[in-house]
Structure formats: structure tokens, C-alpha cells
Design a protein around this ligand. Structure first.
Ligand SMILES: C[S@@+](CC[C@H](N)C(=O)[O-])C[C@H]1O[C@@H](n2cnc3c(N)ncnc32)[C@H](O)[C@@H]1O
Length: 299
């Protein structure tokens, strides 16, 4: 599978990709949220109009490189739902779902509004209908009000409350990349389980996937294991180094294999998933692989 990694600004790289004729089936957009977070290479505190005009340019560029029926998943904070929906509509996309990704850890208390407990992921397509949509079935835990166990799982809905976020601190667990002192390498690292669901839902084997804000490369790492091609674009050279390293490291905690059982009630799962059930070649242990921002070797 091709896993192309490009360092630099996504708008610039997308212009080149388009000129070269690249076409994508799925794009995952997890941009900086413009909420004053610390990014070495990005001003995360722009006036609203300026930020959303920029994100509209990104959505437009993605649209140009998407085949009919392609999907975009745009993740953002719930507070910006109105901006997200407007930006997608005005750049040509058709909304399919506003997915609520429920967070497990408690919300940060707020004096004048309810604490936020979820993030939004807008799923939209180029044109009215998706080119691919696999209705995944999961082995969701039984709620107390349901007396009978389910024998064949349930379809995934637009509320995703079964994918744990990688929070700050030790709760983030072993999947979170850390520096030599155990500090999170990238606080916005997405869970492999999130990208696995998105990729399985909206692509077929061999499709091309784009991530213009690739960060630590979660999309590419999941795509490769699920037999899809990917192009990752990332501005910060430290993240690019991490991403390249991560693609080669084959960490056990990045494996999609343990998730397959959870989706076992999905019709034709093998054809959607591709490849073997288990991946015994992945590495174990040792996750403090970054010394003050510098990757220092492989597992
Ligand atoms: C929210 S993070 C993405 C995290 C990613 N989903 C992961 O799993 O690691 C956003 C990323 O976009 C990058 N970024 C910001 N502006 C960019 C731009 N103009 N072009 C490419 N990447 C950019 C940031 O450096 C940051 O790593």
C-alpha cells in the first residue's frame, strides 16, 4: 500500500496533488480548532472569519480532488457546529450525519455553560449519495434496560460513545505517543479506533485516503493495515518525523487487529477489512520513543 507523507502546508501540497491528478475516496479533516492551543507552526487564535475562510479553502481543495460520492469527515468542537455545517455546505459538500463523538472523561467545568462532553464529526459527501457506505455492526455493550442479549450486534449510529479518546496524562494509555519524560508527544493524537471506523465505513480496499492535517499519522497507520492507500500532509517537521517513524514502527498498540472482533456482526466484514485476522509482526512494549521531541530509534 502506498503511504505518502508530505511535509508543509496542506493548501500548497493539495494544489500540487490536484495538478498531478490525485483523486481521493475519503478525507479526514482534523484541523487545529482555533482555540488558542500551542502549535509550533500554526497561529491557533485567528479572528473567526479569517479562520473559517481558510478552512473553507481547505474544504474546497478537498472537494476538487474527490471522486463523485467521496466522503469527508470534518472533526471540530461542538461550539463550532454552525460554522462547520455552513463551511461544508458553501464549499459544495452534502451533509450526511453530524456524528456526536462522546468523550469518556469528565468535562472541564465551565461557569456560564454546560461542560462539554462530546466533539462533532460532520460526515459529508460529494453529491447526494455516498459512493461507498458500509453499514457496520458492532458488539455494543448491552444497556441495563435491555433484558435480552443481542445475538448479532447493532448497527453503528451517529452517536459514537464506544471509542475512548486519548486524554491528557496517564489516562491516555499506551496508544498515546510520548517523549522521553513520558509527556504526550501530540495532545491531539486521534485514536486508531476512530480512524478504523471512518475508513471501514466509507472506503473499499485499495481506495485513496487523504489527511491534510496528519499530525502523528493515525489515518495513515490505520489505512495501511486496512489495505487502503494514504496521503498525509503535516506542517510541523517534528510531527512529520514522528509520523514517518510510526509508520515503520508497527507498534502493537497501533494494531487494528484487536478491533475486528468488535465488528464481527458486519455483513461481508472480511471483504471490507481485507487481509489476515491477526498481525503477529507488530512490536511490543517501549513507548517512550521520543527524546525531547526527537525520535530516537525504532522498537
Ligand atoms: C488536530 S492535529 C491532527 C492530529 C491527528 N489527527 C493525529 O491523529 O495525530 C492538527 C495538525 O495539523 C497540523 N497543521 C496545522 N496547520 C497546517 C497546515 N496549514 N498544513 C498542514 N498541517 C497543518 C498541525 O501541526 C497539527 O499536527
Amino acid at each position: 500500500m502506498a503511504a505518502i507523507v508530505l511535509e508543509g502546508d496542506c493548501l500548497q501540497h493539495m494544489a500540487t496533488l490536484e495538478a498531478r491528478g490525485y483523486q481521493f475516496a475519503l478525507t479526514f479533516l482534523d484541523p487545529p480548532f482555533n482555540q488558542g492551543k500551542e502549535y509550533a507552526y500554526f497561529e491557533d487564535d485567528l479572528p473567526d472569519e479569517q479562520y473559517w475562510a481558510w478552512l473553507a479553502d481547505v474544504c474546497r481543495a478537498v472537494y476538487q480532488m474527490s471522486v463523485e460520492g467521496s466522503a469527508v469527515y470534518l472533526m471540530h468542537c461542538e461550539k463550532n457546529a454552525e460554522w462547520v455545517l455552513r463551511t461544508l455546505r458553501e464549499t459544495g459538500w452534502t451533509l450526511q450525519n453530524l456524528i456526536i463523538w462522546m468523550k469518556r472523561t469528565s468535562a472541564v467545568p465551565n461557569g456560564w455553560r454546560f461542560g462539554k462532553q462530546y466533539q462533532i464529526i460532520a460526515f459529508a459527501t460529494k453529491g447526494r449519495k455516498p459512493r461507498v457506505f458500509h453499514r457496520l455492526r458492532i458488539d455494543a455493550p448491552l444497556r441495563p434496560e435491555y433484558k435480552q442479549p443481542r445475538e448479532d450486534g447493532v448497527f453503528v449510529t451517529d452517536i459514537w460513545d464506544d471509542i475512548r479518546e486519548l486524554t491528557s496524562g496517564y489516562f491516555a494509555g499506551e496508544e498515546a505517543l510520548r517523549d522521553g519524560r513520558g509527556k504526550r508527544f501530540h495532545k491531539q493524537q486521534s485514536p486508531i479506533a476512530l480512524l478504523t471506523r471512518i475508513i471501514l465505513s466509507s472506503t473499499q480496499l485499495g481506495d485513496w485516503i487523504l489527511d491534510p492535517f496528519a499530525g502523528t499519522g493515525t489515518t495513515a497507520v490505520a489505512a495501511e493495515q486496512l489495505h487502503r492507500h494514504s496521503v498525509s500532509i503535516e506542517l510541523d517537521p517534528r510531527n512529520v518525523a514522528c509520523l514517518r517513524w510510526r509508520l515503520e514502527a508497527h507498534r502493537e498498540t497501533d494494531s487494528v487487529a484487536p478491533l475486528k472482533h468488535y465488528y464481527r456482526f458486519t455483513p461481508n466484514l472480511d471483504a471490507i477489512w481485507g487481509g489476515a485476522d491477526t498481525d503477529s509482526s507488530r512490536s511490543v512494549g517501549q513507548f517512550s520513543l521520543f527524546e525531547e521531541g526527537k525520535p530516537y530509534g525504532r522498537v
